[in-house]
Design a protein around this ligand. Structure first.
Ligand SMILES: CC[C@@H](C(=O)O)C(=O)SCCNC(=O)CCNC(=O)[C@H](O)C(C)(C)COP(=O)(O)OP(=O)(O)OC[C@H]1O[C@@H](n2cnc3c(N)ncnc32)[C@H](O)[C@@H]1OP(=O)(O)O
Ligand SMILES: [Co+2]
Length: 139
């Protein structure tokens, strides 16, 4: 498998509204997409476009959200995961399984509407890594 495009960096936050203010007022972001709930993933999401990628702000949706533990350890929020694109999610999953990397849960549909899965940070040098199938109409 070949390393694909960096699609986004996930940033966990206790407040998407407060994080939007930082990226807009301090960083000069001008393309801030409307936040939306993704109950299947337990998060509220907001994409901020950068010239070559996106910041994905994620806020917990309820106590069972997968980012509750991270925010307990990092109450201010922080960099949570990176996401790389692949052309074929089934082939990518088979590749990582063949390499013995731990995959966290099933393949599911992510915020861009394409299938995703996560690799355990312990197998990625401490970086929680999302693998995402490239949207058909992208790039
Ligand atoms: C918006 C939708 C979607 C998209 O389309 O883009 C998303 O991005 S959703 C993003 C949120 N979803 C997920 O993160 C799903 C996958 N995550 C998980 O399964 C869990 O969060 C986790 C990674 C297994 C962590 O579980 P948790 O219960 O919070 O913590 P543990 O105590 O079990 O952690 C074990 C170990 O890993 C370290 N850790 C935890 N989170 C991270 C992280 N984000 N980056 C790096 N390391 C992380 C944690 O500190 C523990 O380490 P030790 O203390 O050394 O054991
Ligand atoms: Co993500």
């Amino acid at each position: 498998m070949k390393l694909g495009r960096l699609n986004h960096i996930g940033v966990a936050t206790p407040s998407i509204e407060q994080s939007i203010a930082i990226y807009r007022d301090l960083m000069g972001a001008d393309v801030i997409r409307a936040p939306f709930d993704l109950p299947e993933q337990g998060v509220k999401v907001c994409f901020i476009d950068t010239p070559n990628s996106q910041i994905e702000l994620i806020e917990p949706l309820g106590p069972d959200s997968p980012i509750v533990g991270f925010l307990a350890k990092n109450p201010q929020g922080g960099q949570h995961h990176v996401c790389f694109e692949v052309p074929d999610i089934v082939a990518a999953r088979a590749w990582f399984e063949g390499k013995g990397a731990r995959i966290l849960g099933p393949t599911r549909i992510g915020a861009h509407g394409t299938p995703i899965f996560f690799l355990h940070p312990k197998d990625m040098g401490g970086v929680l890594t999302e693998i995402m199938e490239t949207p058909k109409d992208a790039h």
